[in-house]
Design a protein around this ligand. Sequence first.
Ligand code: NDP
Ligand code: 7N6
Length: 308
Amino acid sequence: ATLERLCLHESVGTKLPETAFLEAFDDLEVRVELVGDGEPYTEADAVASFEPRPEFLEAGWVHCIRAGYDAFDTDAYEDVGVPLTNSSGIHGDTVGELAVGYMLSLARLLHTYRDRQRDREWHDPAYERPFTISGERLCVVGLGTVGQGIAKRADALGMDVVGVRRSDDPVPSVSKLYDPGALEAAVADARFVALAAPHTPATEGMIDADILDAMRSDAYLLNVARGPLVDEGALITALEAETIAGAALDVFEQEPLPASSPLWGFENVIVTPHRGSATNRYHHDIAELVRENVRRFRAGESLKNRVA
Ligand code: NDP
Ligand code: 7N6
């Protein structure tokens, strides 16, 4: 099919340097441009974007620079027949490392020492608090690129990894698989529960008061997926009542997390500002995906990572 132009929508600038992203397409045989809102598109245009815009439905193909495409209305793309692709497949290392960093910090109290460092305090925590993650059980909910990136690293660090997904294909590094319907049983014995499933009607609110209740009182919740998977009110209640030991959260119901949120204030909660994929190579990783699909689009082949 004809492709005359690859448009990089300015919203990509919230997550990566626009100029470096443009340069990553230097040797592409199609015109590459940075565009703003209200740009007129034709079927000979492709768009890569962080956020959705209504006018993208006029283009020939749209690429979401995120793995989670929950902000895009897939039905609208299907109705007009414009292919939508996402960026799954590149976040195993980045988000995997973040999740392992969370677990090591929570287990060995790095975050508490850093808190005290501000006051030059030689902090001596309670003897019972620190533990090794080796030998502890991790339950990973969602076992795609991100979930497997976490599972593989946890296994290498000596953890016992179980997981939750709908299909029952075995997953490397995961000793036992549970169906989403058995979530309570899956989390019940875990020291850490890590969320790595997409935000869909089925996963929204999956971590509710009942699941938090089913978790051990010395367990930690990690969310590197999407805020709405967790009932944030129920999580705050569980943290206040100390029915779980803590949490590490990269994503929230509302982002940026409002200054008024109690989540900022817990010593045993690590808050990171949705930076799971943030490294100095993100623009390269995305460009590689987009370039492959530019090739496929022009060759009339089916697009990689097509989600609508
Ligand atoms: P994938 O599509 O590779 O994996 C998603 C996994 O979730 C699949 O294994 C799928 O398996 C499973 N899944 C789907 N529905 C359910 C369900 N109801 N219960 C349990 N598991 C389910 O996506 P990625 O791994 O690339 O990304 C996962 C999500 O992580 C993204 O959608 C995004 O929201 C988030 N993300 C966050 C980042 C950050 O910066 N914090 C960075 C990258 C991703 P099956 O079909 O067998 O159920
Ligand atoms: C950074 C977005 C995703 O879904 O939210 C994450 O991939 C990261 C562009």
